[in-house]
Design a protein around this ligand. Structure first.
Ligand code: ZN
Length: 228
């Protein structure tokens, strides 16, 4: 039903900028003179995590020294380190020499993140688009930006806005649209909501927020505009 979908998008697509640079960003090469600042890298203390997992096993009533659990603290700590460490990569943008002025959209980007409230995964898809101005970014980089912000303790709303803010700061396009649809294990495993229910968040900026035809085109290209 179109009206309902529009409502859902409008709830998080208010276009309000976060006042602070997101924590945990450590691999962002910045354009000279670009807004924002560098933030120290997110560092996982694997040995401390390993000790904590061993303690957690005991607290959960498990025999941490049993054959099957002996390696669990090491495995869990290294799994969390992986979840929380983005691959280093070059995110430099480059000049829009051909003056491309249509929407650029990467859809169905995998999202794998950890809910900061329960330390349980949420997984789904992101659709990221922008209307370029002076600079553009390789399409594969859009997926990298999503991964950069997904690999940390997160909430879906913040992830969505951080991807939009990053594009705003680094590419400074005419408009930005980010939609994330994800299933949260903390909901689906705990029976709070029916299995398979999906949470949709969006962050729309500039022309994608303000210009109805650009907005509509973004939703259509993202595969979510059917019936609107
Ligand atoms: Zn949760």
């Amino acid at each position: 039903m179109p009206g309902v979908e529009q409502e859902a998008w409008a709830t998080s697509g208010n276009g309000h900028r976060k006042p602070t640079v997101p924590a945990g960003v450590g691999v962002l090469p910045r354009e000279p003179g670009a807004p924002g600042g560098e933030v120290p890298p997110f560092v996982v203390d694997v040995s401390a995590a390993q000790r904590a997992v061993a303690d957690l096993l005991v607290a959960l009533g498990a025999d941490a020294s049993s054959e099957g659990l002996r390696e669990t603290p090491r495995r869990v700590a290294s799994a969390y380190a992986e979840f929380l460490t983005p691959e280093p990569f070059d995110l430099a943008s480059f000049p829009n020499e051909d003056g491309y002025d249509e929407l650029i959209v990467a859809r169905d980007i995998p999202v794998r993140s950890l809910c900061q409230h329960h330390l349980l995964p949420f997984t789904g898809l992101a659709h990221v688009g922008y209307l370029p101005d002076q600079r553009i970014l390789g399409l594969s980089k859009l997926a990298r930006v999503v991964e950069l912000f997904a690999r940390r303790l997160q909430i879906q709303e913040r992830l969505t806005c951080q991807v939009a803010d990053w594009l705003d700061d680094h590419v400074q396009p005419e408009g930005i649209g980010v939609i994330v649809e994800a299933d949260h294990c903390c909901m689906t495993l705990r029976g709070v909501r029916a299995r398979g229910s999906t949470t949709i968040t969006s962050a729309l900026r500039g022309a994608v927020r303000d210009d109805p035809s650009t907005r509509q085109e973004f939703f259509a290209l993202a595969g979510l505009g059917r019936g609107t």
